[in-house]
Design a protein around this ligand. Structure first.
Ligand code: DHB
Ligand code: FE
Length: 279
C-alpha cells in the first residue's frame, strides 16, 4: 500500500514566480520568504516522495466563472502550465500519476464527494509556484502528480468543515492505493490576503499564526468558522487557507513539524510555509 510521508503547505503569490525568474531569492525583499525552503529541501531529499497530490485553487486558467466545480480531480497523463499574464515563464509539463488519480476519484465518489473528473487540465501559478519552490531549478519534475482543485474563487465555497473531511477522505484513499509509492500532499494558497475591494491589502497576522499553530495542536480548530467568518478574518483570498485544512486532514492524527516560516508581505500577502511529517 502507498504511504503518506507528510504534507507541505505554502503561499502561491505570482510575485514569487517573477522573483524565481529573475533569480531574486537572495534579494532582501524576498530572502525571508525563500529562506523558509532549504530545511524542506533537505527533508524531501531524505523522504524521497514518488508522487505529489497537489491541493490548490485555480484562478481562471483552467476553470472560468461560467463553469466552476466545487471539487475537481485531475486524471490526465500530463498537465501543462500556460501564460496567465504575470510575466512568469511557463514551466515544463508535469507527469500525471493516473493510477492514483482514478483510485482517488473512485474512493472520493464512493464516499459521496461529488467531483468533476478532468482528463485534460491546465495548471496555474497556484500549482506551479509551490512545485518550483520545493524543487528549484528542475528541468524534469522528480515526482508524478495528481491535482486536486477546490473552488475558492466564486461563491458559494465549500465549508471549512467539509474541506477538512475531503482531506481526511483523500488521506484514506492514498493509504488504500495498492502501490508501493511514497506520497507527499501539497496544499497551496493563503495565508491572509485580500486583493481587491475596500479591504485590499488586509492581513491578519494574529489569526494566521494561530491557524498555523492549530494545524499541530488542534487540527480541526478552523473548521468552526463559516466561510464568511473566514473571509472577514483572513480576507477574500485568505480563504485559500482551505487548501491547508484539506492537506492537514489527509495526514492523519500524528504529525511532527519539519519546518515553518511566516513572512509579511510578499506583494500584498502574508506568506506562510509549513512542512509536517506523518508519524
Ligand atoms: C496574488 C494572486 C494570488 O493568487 C494570491 O493567492 C496572492 C496574491 C496577486 O495577484 O498578487
Ligand atoms: Fe491565489
Amino acid at each position: 500500500m502507498a504511504t503518506i510521508i507528510g504534507g507541505i503547505t505554502t503561499s502561491h503569490v505570482p510575485a514569487i514566480g517573477r522573483a524565481i525568474a529573475r533569480n531574486l531569492q537572495a534579494d532582501p525583499y524576498f530572502k525571508p520568504f525563500f529562506d523558509g525552503f532549504p530545511p524542506i529541501h533537505d527533508w524531501l531529499a531524505t523522504a524521497k516522495p514518488d508522487v505529489a497530490v497537489v491541493i490548490y485553487n485555480d484562478h481562471g486558467l483552467n476553470f472560468f466563472l461560467d463553469k466552476m466545480p466545487t471539487f475537481a480531480v485531475g486524471a490526465a497523463p500530463e498537465y501543462r502550465n500556460a501564460d496567465e499574464g504575470w510575466g512568469i515563464p511557463v514551466v515544463p509539463p508535469f507527469r500525471g500519476e493516473q493510477g492514483l488519480s482514478w483510485h482517488l476519484i473512485e474512493s472520493l465518489i464512493g464516499e459521496d464527494f461529488d467531483l468533476t473528473t478532468c482528463q485534460e487540465m491546465l495548471v496555474d501559478h497556484a500549482f506551479t509556484l509551490p512545485m518550483a519552490l520545493l524543487w528549484p531549478g528542475t528541468e524534469a519534475w522528480p515526482v508524478k502528480v495528481v491535482p486536486v482543485c477546490i473552488n475558492t474563487v466564486q461563491f458559494p465555497l465549500p465549508s471549512a468543515a467539509r474541506v477538512y473531511k475531503l482531506g481526511e477522505a483523500i488521506g484514506r484513499a492514498i493509504r488504500s492505493w495498492d502501490a508501493d509509492q511514497r506520497v507527499v500532499v501539497i496544499g497551496t494558497g493563503g495565508l491572509s490576503h485580500q486583493l481587491d475591494g475596500e479591504r485590499a491589502g488586509f492581513i491578519n497576522k494574529d489569526f494566521d499564526l494561530k491557524f498555523m499553530d492549530s494545524l499541530l495542536s488542534d487540527p480541526t480548530w478552523a473548521t468552526k468558522y463559516s466561510i464568511t467568518d473566514l473571509v472577514e478574518l483572513t480576507g477574500t483570498q485568505g480563504v485559500e487557507l482551505l487548501m491547508w485544512l484539506a492537506t492537514r486532514g489527509a495526514l492523519g492524527e500524528q504529525v511532527r513539524q519539519v519546518h515553518r516560516n511566516y513572512h509579511i508581505p510578499i506583494s500584498n500577502t502574508a506568506a506562510g510555509t509549513l512542512a509536517l511529517e506523518c508519524r
